[in-house]
Each structure stands twice: as structure tokens, then as C-alpha cells.
Design a protein around this ligand. Sequence first.
Ligand code: MN
Length: 241
Amino acid sequence: MAIHFISDLHLADDTPALTRLFLDTLAGWRGRIEALYILGDLFEYWVGDDDDSPYLEEALAALRAFAAETPLFVMRGNRDFLFGAGFEARSGARLLDDPTLIEAHGRRILLSHGDALCADDTAYQQFRAVSRSPAWQQAMLARPLAERHAIARHARAQSEMNKQANGLSAISDVTETAVQQLLAAHGWPTLIHGHTHRPGHHRHQAGDSHAERWVIRDWHGEAGGYLLLDDAGIQALPLGG
Ligand code: MN
């Protein structure tokens, strides 16, 4: 049996092909794998556990059916960081802290979304610190649902404009310093993260210490991918189109 890792699906009401790929993938893996870890940005945005949008209901029902047979773990990303206890109840998933260290198939593996490692993006890191505070989140969740949707749509449009203007800028990748600090703090485990949309397999070294870092592929268009961990190690595999 194998453990699968996915991240950065960015499911939204206007990504029906990706939602279909996700539903088909869950149905194919349900009861056939050891566990599934979703390491952030499952959804393009999450405005609160009370969001009753139809595309969410469809995905959450599929997650619940999956979790009834197979352990399901979800980490918050920078888009769906407002996941709370209501999300756990609706999805059957268990929320994980970022980072979380697991041991499986003879390896110590550190799981993270990856946004905290993009240390050169100081404006984003400031927003991240503020938006993770209980006071900010309580104030946001106290707004009417329609208003939260409007805020999310606005943030999404801003992000699209930035992406078109700047492309994949250097500040949207992890820094070597941040990666090494995180690895050192946990005794140089294998690191798995997403977020950067730069799928890859890297080695990091400092003195006698070294570790592997795997970046999970994002999903877009009609295709995605995942990392598979079993006794043979880790491999990156495609899904869909
Ligand atoms: Mn992200």
C-alpha cells in the first residue's frame, strides 16, 4: 500500500474539469491506498466553514465518502487557510498543522504547504502573519457570507493580475535559507511541499547534514499529479489529460 500526496488543486466554481478529475481520482483511490494527504490550496478560496456553494458540496461529499474508507489529512494553504472544525466535519478530513512531521515506510517526512518558505516575498509574509491571527480571522468570519465571497473574488482578481504582470517571479519560490532552517529544526527529514507551482526533486546540504525536498505538482487545465510513497521510495506521477 502507498501514501499519496497532492496539493494546489485550486478547485473553484469555474474549474469543472479539475473538479471532475478530483472526484474520479478520489473514487479510484478510495479503499485502495494507505492514506491521502492534501497539502494546501485544495480550493481556490475558502471563505468560511459555512460556505454552501454547490461545487463545494460536491467535493465535500466525495471527500466524506473517501474518508469513510481511507485516512484523509488536509493542511491549510494560503488560499484555504480559513479551514476550521466545520470543514473537518463536512469533509471527514483531519486538519494538520503546518509543518507536520510523519514517519512512514522507514522515512521521516516533513509536510508543509510551502508558502512560509517564500521568505523573500515580505509583503506576503506580513499578510500571512496578520491573517493567521485569531482576531483577524474572527473579524473576517463575522462578515456576511456574500461579503466574504466578494472579498475573495477581489483577491483572486488581484492575484491573477499580479501573475500576468510578473509571471513566476523569483520571490514566489522558496529561499535556500528558509528551507535549511526548517530542515535543521527537524533534524533534516525529507521535505514535501507544494505552493510554488514548480514541481521538482531537490537536494539540500549543510555540512554533514543533507535532505531531499520534493515539490508537488499543481493541478491546472485538465491535468494534475501526485507523489506516491511506498517501500521503494517517493515518485512523482501524473493524473488526467
Ligand atoms: Mn499556495
